[in-house]
Design a protein around this ligand. Structure first.
Ligand code: ATP
Length: 213
């Protein structure tokens, strides 16, 4: 299948989650406008998103919830457990290790890595912490393709090279660094400070705090 637009890909988990809710509510069929009301994405966008996957619904009938859920489940590999790694067991890394991804998604952190000898060899929230020197070996042994990166900013770019050499294909980047990655590595950035700053900007503007006194 040819690659779908990134914006569509970002909405897939949302579709999946809400279809799950609809199924739990006993709904068997859903229209794009019902889905639109629930997830607050306009129905034209939803239809366009779905059209990338071929004929998923029938005109005038709507979408079959079970079939759609099954389809998105396979698209998101939710029908199997995905094991990911975490690099950098600091404050944020620990919070993520402690977070139960599996409660709502079929994802678990299977291995963590750090350079601090005091942390290496310990188990955090049930996840073993290995030294960076074992990165490649462990990642290949566990067939891990995705890494969550919570290392300090100054080592972020170097860590990318190590991850690439280990065979990692996807990075969830929690550092504020704009990473330079080869074409075969996908990056999703989660910059918490950035998100907050954007909110501060909006709220500040709304309240007129930026007006010159
Ligand atoms: P956070 O930024 O998550 O709040 P922190 O302030 O506790 O973390 P940082 O200095 O940001 O700590 O480091 C996060 C973790 O990354 C630490 O446990 C540190 O030992 C680890 N770390 C530092 N350099 C590397 C590296 N090159 N490779 C892997 N882990 C590293």
């Amino acid at each position: 299948m040819k690659e779908i637009p990134r914006a569509t890909a970002r909405r897939l988990p949302l579709y999946y989650r809400y279809l799950h809710n609809f199924k739990n509510m006993g709904k068997t069929r859903i229209s794009s406008s019902e889905l639109s009301d629930a997830i607050k994405v306009d129905s034209a966008t939803i239809r366009r998103d779905f059209s990338h996957f071929g004929a998923l619904g029938k005109r005038g009938y709507g979408y079959d919830v079970e079939a759609l859920l099954d389809f998105f489940s396979r698209q998101l590999y939710q029908d199997r457990l995905t094991t990911v790694a975490l690099i950098g067991v600091g404050n944020l890394g620990n919070a993520l290790l402690n977070y139960n991804f599996k409660r709502t998604n079929n994802i678990r952190i299977g291995a963590a890595f750090d350079i601090n000898p005091e942390i290496v060899g310990t188990v955090h929230s049930g996840v073993p912490v290995y030294p960076m020197s074992e990165l490649k070996e462990r990642i290949q042994e566990m067939e891990i393709l995705i890494a969550i990166m919570t290392v300090p900013e100054k080592v972020a770019q170097d860590t990318v090279s190590e991850l690439g050499e280990a065979g990692i294909q996807g990075i969830l980047n929690f550092t504020p660094v704009v990473l330079d990655v080869p074409e075969d590595i996908h990056v999703q950035n989660v910059d918490l400070a950035n998100e907050l700053q954007t909110l501060i900007y909006y709220i500040g503007n709304r309240n007129g705090n930026n007006k010159k006194k």
